[in-house]
Design a binder for this molecule. Structure first.
Ligand SMILES: Nc1ncnc2c1ncn2[C@@H]1O[C@H](COP(=O)(O)OP(=O)(O)OP(=O)(O)O)[C@@H](O)[C@H]1O
Ligand SMILES: [Mg+2]
Length: 383
């Protein structure tokens, strides 16, 4: 692995913002992208991802703030003087030039005479060596996309910006290209800043994900960290699915005890990102795959110390690797439960009385003064 993690080439955004008239597309933002990392900006349509990327590229003038690269302030540099290249959703290859000449374009423009070796190396990197003499229209979407990446990388940028580069591809090809791009990034060790509205894409590819909402970064972290420890309802709902149960904090010892739907649930204090005063409202979150489902007749077999909610199955869908249940309960109208398909309990059909149970340590606590559905609709919009 050639990846370098020295601080020398970090991209640093300081108080950067963008307003169009009275509309703020990006609120003042502080962000550091470590050199050599794969960084994703994730968020729903219109949240300010492209605007942020364009400010890094110099294609958009920032209203306030600065952009620096490796400690050098590049805020006032024109785009072509920044050691940064961008790959857009529409690859905009030159249709009349073959693949070699498309990739060689940046070198030729800078007056480089012998391009063959570098172009060959690039085509090998993106595994298109056999396609050198074809025209863009003779390639598939994924192949064209790789040409676009090669064309940008041949300029040896310090940072490659990718704005929804896989948006035009069908799902299967998209998944393959995600792995391919990740491989290329690891091989060249260049910083990638990747914009996407697809949470799965961001999680598969990136070392660090910044979740944006309404022109702000709501939370930033490694994919697993964001998924396991969401701090807002938006992040909890936008990144995968979360059950959010509203309850009241009851006075207790070390762990928080939350009363909800006529029962009580345990929430480790360190798993709670909200101020949790006794008597105050709180949202207890639990991911669908962390919940086990027992038929009510088997309730006595559930181990002590687990959180329990009783309810009734209202819907179940068998999707091969798992079965997804919707359970109605006093604690929540439509709790989602994903059961891995190992041994299916045939009694778990709509109408069945069930007990949902989980390890309290998998619960997370959120401030109840938020829209409980924030981020949930955006996922459907993006699909
Ligand atoms: N030139 C402009 N003038 C006015 N408003 C603009 C301009 N460009 C962008 N906006 C607004 O700024 C907001 C952020 O736009 P941006 O393109 O950054 O969103 P995005 O997160 O990239 O969305 P998408 O996923 O749809 O590409 C949007 O509400 C958009 O309408
Ligand atoms: Mg965009």
């Amino acid at each position: 692995m050639t990846q370098q993690q020295t601080a020398g080439g970090d991209v640093r955004l300081t108080g950067i913002s963008k307003t169009y008239g009275s509309f703020t597309a990006v609120h003042p933002l502080d962000l550091t992208v470590p050199q050599g990392s794969f960084f994703a900006l994730l968020g729903a349509s219109g949240c300010g991802k492209t605007t942020t990327l364009r400010m890094i590229a110099g294609l958009e003038e920032a209203t306030t703030g600065t952009v620096s690269l490796g400690g050098r302030d590049i805020t006032d540099l024109p785009p072509y003087k920044r050691p940064v290249n961008t790959v857009f959703q529409s690859y905009a290859l030159f249709p009349h030039l073959d693949i070699t000449e498309n990739v060689a374009f940046g070198l030729r423009r800078r007056g480089v005479k012998s391009v063959k070796k570098q172009v060959d190396d690039m085509l090998e990197l993106v595994q298109l060596g056999d396609f050198a003499r074809r025209k863009p229209h003779q390639l598939s979407g994924g192949q064209q996309q790789r040409v676009a990446v090669a064309r940008a990388l041949i300029n040896h940028p310090q940072v490659l910006l990718l704005d929804e580069p896989l948006g035009a591809l069908d799902l299967k090809l998209r998944r393959r290209m995600q792995l391919e791009l990740k491989r290329i990034q690891t091989e060249v060790g260049i910083t990638f800043v990747h914009v996407t509205h697809d949470q799965e894409e961001a999680m598969t590819m990136a070392d660090t994900v910044a979740v944006m909402n309404g022109g702000r970064v709501e939370q930033l972290g490694a994919p697993a960290d964001l998924y396991e420890n969401p701090r807002t309802t938006f992040v909890a709902n936008f990144l995968g699915t979360s059950n959010l149960i509203e309850g009241q904090v009851v006075p207790s010892g070390s762990d928080l005890v939350v009363s909800a739907g006529g029962g009580t649930l345990t929430l480790p204090r360190e798993r709670c990102s909200a101020p949790a005063a006794d008597g105050g409202r709180i949202l207890l979150g639990i991911r669908p795959e962390k919940i086990s489902l027992a038929h009510a007749d088997d309730a006595h077999t559930i181990a002590d110390g687990r959180n329990r909610v009783t309810g009734r199955v209202v819907d179940s869908s068998f999707i091969g690797v798992s079965t997804q249940y919707v359970v109605e309960s006093p604690a929540g109208k439509a709790l989602q439960v994903y059961e891995q398909n190992i041994e299916r309990d045939t009694r778990l059909v709509p109408g069945a009385e069930v007990v949902l149970h989980w390890n309290p340590a998998h619960s997370f606590g959120l401030d109840a003064d938020q829209d409980i559905d924030a981020g949930a609709a955006s996922v459907e919009d993006a699909a």
